[in-house]
Design a binder for this molecule. Structure first.
Ligand SMILES: [Zn+2]
Ligand SMILES: [Zn+2]
Length: 398
């Protein structure tokens, strides 16, 4: 491993202007999930110029891509996200994720032949709800991949994010309209159905796991009080610490909602809003490599604290059930600044954000290089991954 760190570090520095330009241009032009055409063109263009074999519009997604380098050896994936949020732009800092992933791929490629490894940079659209990584998985995109990693901006340097599994659903109630004063007996009130379902869920909340969450809003509830609503609609989010528990909880929620429809003699349909996101199986072996490599850039990366400051859901969780994965977080803002706020969006374009792009790209590239150079570590990571998946299958969380 002589000189590998020095080389990947220098290769990132040599491309600093390109990486920071990518980060800034994406930030200036935020694109919503599955509409990231500018980001797709920008990133694939650079990867191609640097000698990657690029497949655009990959895995059935217009804004997805795959870029491969290296001829033999373990295949290590680096994920780039680049979608933004409505109104508040890059308030999740995915411009940083894209720039760090790009930099990691480019720098790793320069040592791939020497160390005998392959790197694949995945462009994974629509992390904010659309689940690009779920489509990537379903299309077989992770076949042959040995491990996967990405790096997310945050208010602290931590080994991983506390990720909960989430399912989001849209619910529609249908009844029969009638004049609410003249012929109420002819009406079947869809709003009643929705309200009764809501109340059922409120009762359910007493009997779910301490870390499970259910929240809903009505998105349609009628037009005039004197018209019995024949249509009502709601959206519900169901969260559970693990994917196994999530499926069970979502069924209980659906039963509550259907009972409301039944009581009001209405019908109900539910449909998923995007794919369900699994929790994250954080790989300790990969995490420790990342921690040690980030330390070379002067960062003190620790496990997340008990304050639960960084909790969320991500489609990287689904990836973590398929291959050994990590999703560490890199500090770009003072502590206390939350993701998905206009304040965080400013930090994603700040000097601290720029420093994170370069540090993060180096730490990720070196982690890829470690896995190429030390196959015994990759084997250890895989053994840990298989044990963790098996444990989750045998003991669904409640
Ligand atoms: Zn986000
Ligand atoms: Zn994010």
């Amino acid at each position: 491993m002589d000189g590998v760190w020095e080389q990947v570090s220098a290769e990132v520095d040599r491309r600093a202007h390109v990486l920071l330009d990518v980060s800034h241009r994406l930030h200036a032009r935020p694109e919503l999930g599955f509409q990231e055409r500018f980001a797709h063109e920008l990133l694939t263009g650079i990867l191609e110029r640097e000698g990657f074999a690029v497949e655009r519009h990959a895995h059935g997604m217009e804004t997805g891509f795959v870029a491969r380098a290296g001829t033999s050896g373990p295949v290590i994936a680096v994920m780039c996200e680049y979608d933004a949020l409505p109104e508040i732009g890059h308030a999740c800092g995915h411009n940083l994720i894209a720039a760090m992933g790009l930099g990691a791929g480019l720098a790793a490629k320069t040592v791939s032949d020497r160390l005998g490894g392959r790197v694949v940079v995945f462009g994974t659209p629509a992390e904010e709800g659309g689940g690009g990584k779920v489509f990537l998985i379903e299309a077989g995109g992770l076949d042959g991949v040995d491990a996967a990693m990405m790096l997310h901006g945050a208010s602290a340097d931590v080994t991983h994010m506390d990720v909960v599994a989430i399912e989001r659903m849209s619910v529609e109630y249908s009844g029969a309209t009638a004049h609410a004063a003249a012929a109420p007996h002819k009406g079947r009130n869809a709003l009643d159905a929705a309200v009764l379902g809501y109340v059922n869920v409120a009762a359910l909340r007493q009997h779910i796991g301490a870390h499970e969450r259910v929240h809903g809003v009505f998105t349609h509830g009628g037009t005039r009080p004197n018209i019995v609503p024949d249509r009502a609609a709601a959206e519900w989010y169901v969260r559970s610490p693990q994917a196994g528990g999530l499926r069970a909880l979502a069924e209980r929620v659906r039963a509550c909602l259907e009972a409301g429809a039944h009581a009001a003699q209405c019908s109900m349909t539910s449909s998923p809003i995007g794919p369900a996101y699994a929790d994250m199986i954080h790989n300790g072996v990969l995490g420790e490599l990342y921690r040690a490599n980030a330390a070379r850039t002067g960062r003190d990366v620790r496990p997340p604290g008990d304050d639960g400051a960084i909790v969320g859901s991500t489609d990287m969780g689904n990836v973590s059930y398929v291959v050994p994965s990590i999703h560490p977080m890199i500090k770009v803002s003072p502590s206390g600044v939350s993701l998905h706020t206009p304040e965080f969006a400013e930090y994603a374009r700040s000097e601290a954000g720029d420093t994170a792009v370069l540090d993060g790209a180096k730490a990720l590239a070196m982690t890829v290089a470690d896995l190429w150079a030390r196959p015994e570590l990759l084997e250890k990571a895989k053994a840990e991954f298989e044990a963790a998946v098996a444990a989750r299958q045998h003991r669904p969380d409640v």
